[in-house]
Ligand binder design. Structure first.
Ligand SMILES: Cc1ncc(COP(=O)(O)O)c(C=O)c1O
Length: 388
């Protein structure tokens, strides 16, 4: 297909539910993607953070290629070694408990919602408290849990049982917490909300509040998990352990997989018949996720995220007088501008850099954890040019 034919086919045959840029990509390698014309772009937002260890990481490519020749999918009525191994690795790298595998972030969060409801059921607890500015997915329940009205518009009546509190404001949590509360769900760093890190004391206080009330603390680490903050999971940076944690994005090294890790106390609540996913945790995606995890650990990508994150933060602060604030941890950075950020992302793309805009005036910079100093410098120089 030519670029024009691709565009026409999208217009005619693909549901227009995404705001798309007319950039037709055909290849990805590390921090780089190539369009249909052969032009290369440095990718500071690889696949919405799915290709978090870079596009087509050689370990993932090898694992997927080899696994595809053996078995692509088995049903969850049977056992296979790769799901067992991945669950063991994830639990041993996080906190004692068990894993359930889904296919996306929203699905992992659906599992978290169902877990909270089942756990609270004997005491009549079903409400989940989430936060203003949060994002948890696009299914009906997860968009209801999301703290942004724009994703809920037109979908009423929304499911009941969700309450909102203000992010980083303990008093507002206490106001909505009651005898019906089953869980509190929070992103340790809000991503779509504009890269807003939780204050360390806030998460500690939430942990305390959940303990006092016998309810679950759920961390949505779909975006922050798998090394983004320079620790494998953001909860380790904050030193606050949740009762359940959801993962997706970088987890599969590019393939669709989501997961929830559930602490021992609650790990057997999702009993046979309570929850399932036909595709969840098949051999192909588990092989990819194991390879991605191996890459993060063996190639010291956490250390690189800390180093390159600090490097980028420092330079982004001084890059232009149009920068109001730079926030974030590790390689999850938000650059709040004094002007709309969409113009800058357009300009950056013309100049060979892909970067995301969120909340109108925030540039979301989430390059792959493999980012080199040269790539960082190139991205910074393009951004500087666009901002001048
Ligand atoms: C924190 C968070 N949770 C959940 C989701 C939903 O994930 P998915 O699009 O894989 O369903 C996202 C997606 O951006 C996210 O950032």
């Amino acid at each position: 297909m030519t670029e024009k034919e691709v565009l026409q086919a999208y217009q005619k045959y693909v549901v227009p539910s995404y705001r798309r840029t007319n950039l037709c990509l055909v290849k990805g390698e590390g921090a780089w993607v190539t369009d249909i014309q052969g032009k290369r772009y440095l990718d500071f937002f690889p696949g919405w953070a799915v290709s978090g260890i870079g596009h087509c990481h050689p370990r993932v490519v090898k694992a997927v290629t080899e696994q595809a020749k053996k078995a692509i999918h088995f049903s969850n009525n049977f056992l296979h070694p790769l799901q067992a191994q991945l669950a063991k690795e994830l639990v041993r790298s996080s906190f004692p408990g068990k894993c359930f595998f889904a296919n996306s972030g929203a699905e992992a969060n659906e599992a978290a919602i169902k877990l909270a409801r089942l756990a609270g059921h004997p005491d009549g607890r079903y409400q989940i408290i989430s936060f203003t500015g949060s994002f948890h997915g696009r299914t009906l329940a997860t968009l209801t849990m999301t703290g942004q009205r724009k994703v809920q518009k037109g979908f009423s009546p929304l499911p009941s049982g969700f309450r909102k509190a203000k992010f980083n404001d303990l008093e507002s949590v206490k106001k909505v917490l009651g005898p019906r509360t089953a869980a509190i769900c929070i992103e340790p760093i809000q991503g779509e909300g504009g890269v807003n890190p939780a204050r360390p004391g806030f998460l500690k206080n939430l942990r305390q509040l959940c303990n006092q009330n016998g309810i679950l603390l759920i961390f949505d680490e779909v975006q922050t998990g798998m090394g983004r903050t320079g620790k494998l999971f953001a909860f380790q940076r904050y030193q606050v352990t949740p009762d359940a944690m959801t993962l997706a994005k970088t987890l599969g090294g590019g393939v669709p997989i989501g997961a929830i890790i559930i602490a021992e106390k609650y790990a057997d609540i999702l009993s046979p018949g309570a929850h399932a996913s036909t595709f969840g945790g098949g051999p192909l995606v588990c092989a990819a996720a194991l390879a991605a995890l191996e890459a993060i650990k063996k190639e010291k990508l956490l250390e690189n995220a800390v180093r390159m994150g600090a490097y980028l933060q420092e330079r982004l602060r001084k890059i232009s007088p149009l920068v109001k604030e730079v926030r974030g941890i590790g390689l999850m950075l938000g650059v709040e501008l004094k002007i709309p950020a969409a113009k800058i992302t357009e300009e950056a793309q013309k100049n060979g850099l892909l970067v995301n805009c969120t909340q109108h005036n925030v540039l979301r910079v989430m390059p792959p954890l493999t980012l080199t100093r040269d790539e960082a410098d190139l991205g910074l120089s393009i951004l500087k040019q666009c901002l001048s």
